[in-house]
Design a protein around this ligand. Structure first.
Ligand code: BES
Ligand code: ZN
Ligand code: ZN
Length: 508
């Protein structure tokens, strides 16, 4: 992304495209009022003629500018009710501004920061800028460079956010940038075409991204996976010429304990990384199958989270395990009717090769428990179409076997704005995925409660006493339309909420 954001102090002579803030009811912010005065009441005069602009959060009004002056355009940005404004609403407003400015073809703009009743100037400015940057993300890797004779499309290149306290604002913005970088990495991975992102190439991308940040990387290739007895991930990957991989990422940021007795616990994160899900022999219908490039969204969130933890030097030990496989139909593919043996030793009757994510995750879950005995495990997976039916693209269905962990996740969700909704784990579904001829089967007995039977299946691979949560992000990892701070397709969902969880409860 070529957008540059800076935080200058107010200059005596405002010029170019200027954005000023107003609160609900049309009340201008203090800086906006000052500019209005300089421009001899231009803003208030124009605002008076406009009945539509009410100053609601994210509302935008282009006003033009007095003829012949240094200021070429004024945009009004609504922040909503002064007393209601918080960090997340501020980001929403920033995101909507980015969308409007991108559309208008402005190359550079100056935003006059304000303060509100609840937020300091620097907090407001940093979050406005963060929302702006989250929305201004542009995945243009696959666009050919325009010919020299053509004019390149206009793009927003610089945003200056004027603030009385540049140093503090910059510091706050840099803190936010670490989480944003992880989120944008996760989006990039989801948006990358599946002919470029397949298990082997993906493993290398992870290594190139994270190793320089001090994260230890281990890659287990297809031969080793088979040798280890990881029959789940191996079965899913065997139909493709692009062979499966498991990648382990370790961040050791916890300070050494003062007493030897205190052990350094590890936080565990697991991600489904099906780089393309055709359904396999249980082939998916053709229309919209291209969307299944996002079936590695869980792994992308784990990679993005690890990046964020490293960038901000998180004082914890965390391990991320992602299972990477491409689910293809071929003469080598696994079939409905196959019985496979997982790393845990449990056998699974495959009834539908499209229920492949749980097979990949089963081996990852066993591996992380055997190797690290984590303090908790949170897995993320684009696991079921059923969660989309239930919660749409809005909420992530979250299953947790521990109330304390869930409550912490709920708090982190409120803070981050990434919405979670608790879903039930129940013995009935645990039984439902038991097979008559093997230990387990990979689908429920009917289509009912598809997300719950999938979660219950994963539960069979959680050892007694392990605190565990499963996030079904089949809806939230992507969407075809924009949101205020998320342009279309890959959303990077999961990085922000889990980073907040770690920061709030699990750092020393
Ligand atoms: N990757 C899909 C789930 C999915 C569907 C994600 C739609 C995003 C959008 C998963 O592997 C799958 O196909 N699950 C099946 C399970 C069924 C066969 C038991 C599903 O949800 O239909
Ligand atoms: Zn599938
Ligand atoms: Zn899948």
């Amino acid at each position: 992304m070529s957008l540059k954001i800076s935080f200058p102090k107010a200059s005596a002579k405002p010029k170019g495209a200027i954005v000023v803030c107003a609160f609900e009811g049309g009340e201008l912010g203090a800086q906006a009022k000052a500019l209005d005065k300089t421009l001899k009441g231009f803003i208030t005069a124009n605002l008076k003629n406009n009945v539509q602009f009410t100053g609601k959060n994210g509302e935008i009004l282009g006003l033009g500018a007095p003829a012949g002056g240094a200021v070429t355009h004024i945009t009004l940005l609504g922040l909503g009710k002064d007393q209601d404004l918080d960090a997340l609403k501020t980001e929403t407003a920033g995101g909507k501004l980015a969308a409007a400015l991108t559309k208008s073809g402005t190359e550079s703009a100056t935003l006059l920061g304000e303060k509100s009743k609840k937020l300091k100037t620097e907090t407001l400015a940093a979050h406005l800028a963060n929302g702006f940057a989250l929305r201004a993300y542009d995945f243009d890797r696959y666009k050919s460079k325009p010919d020299k004779k053509d004019k390149p499309p206009l793009k927003l290149k610089t945003l200056s956010v004027v603030t009385p306290n540049p140093a503090n604002t910059k510091k706050l913005f840099e803190d936010l940038s670490r989480v944003r970088s992880g989120t944008l990495l996760a989006r990039d991975l989801v948006n990358t075409a599946p002919n470029d992102l397949y298990p082997e190439s993906y493993a290398k991308i992870i290594q190139n991204e994270l190793k320089p940040l001090g994260i230890e990387i281990e890659i287990i290739d297809d031969k080793k996976l088979e040798k280890l007895g990881m029959g789940g991930i191996s079965a899913v990957g065997q139909g493709s010429s692009r062979k499966p991989r498991m990648v382990i990422m370790r961040w050791n940021g916890a300070p050494p304990p003062k007493t030897k007795a205190k052990n350094l616990s590890t936080l565990g994160f697991v991600g489904k990384g099906v780089t393309f899900d055709t359904g396999g022999i249980s082939l998916k219908p053709g229309p919209n199958m291209d969307e299944m490039k996002m079936d590695m969204g869980g792994s992308a969130a784990v990679v993005g989270l690890m990046k964020t933890l490293a960038l901000r030097g998180a004082k914890c030990n965390a391990v991320g395990v992602v299972g990477l496989a491409e689910n293809m139909p071929s003469s080598n593919a696994y079939r409905p009717g196959d019985i496979i043996k997982t790393y845990a030793g449990k056998t699974i009757e495959v009834l539908n090769t499209d229920a492949e994510g749980r097979l990949v995750l089963a081996d990852c879950l066993t591996y992380i428990q055997k190797t690290y005995k984590p303090e908790f495990i949170i897995d993320l997976a684009t696991l079921t179409g059923a969660i989309l039916i239930a919660l749409g693209h809005e909420y992530c269905g979250t299953f947790a076997n521990d109330d304390t962990l869930w409550k912490q996740m709920e708090k982190a969700s409120e803070q981050s704005g990434e919405k979670l909704w608790r879903m039930p784990l129940d013995e009935v579904w645990t039984k439902e995925v038991e097979s008559e001829i093997a230990d387990l089967q990979n689908t429920g007995k009917s289509r009912n409660a598809g997300s719950c039977t999938a979660a219950a299946f994963l539960g069979h691979f959680i050892e007694e006493g392990t605190r565990w949560a499963h996030m079904d992000i089949a809806g939230t990892a992507w969407r075809k339309s924009d949101q205020p701070t998320v342009p279309k397709f890959g959303s990077g969902f999961g990085v922000r909420v889990l980073n907040d969880l770690v920061a709030k409860y699990y750092e020393s």
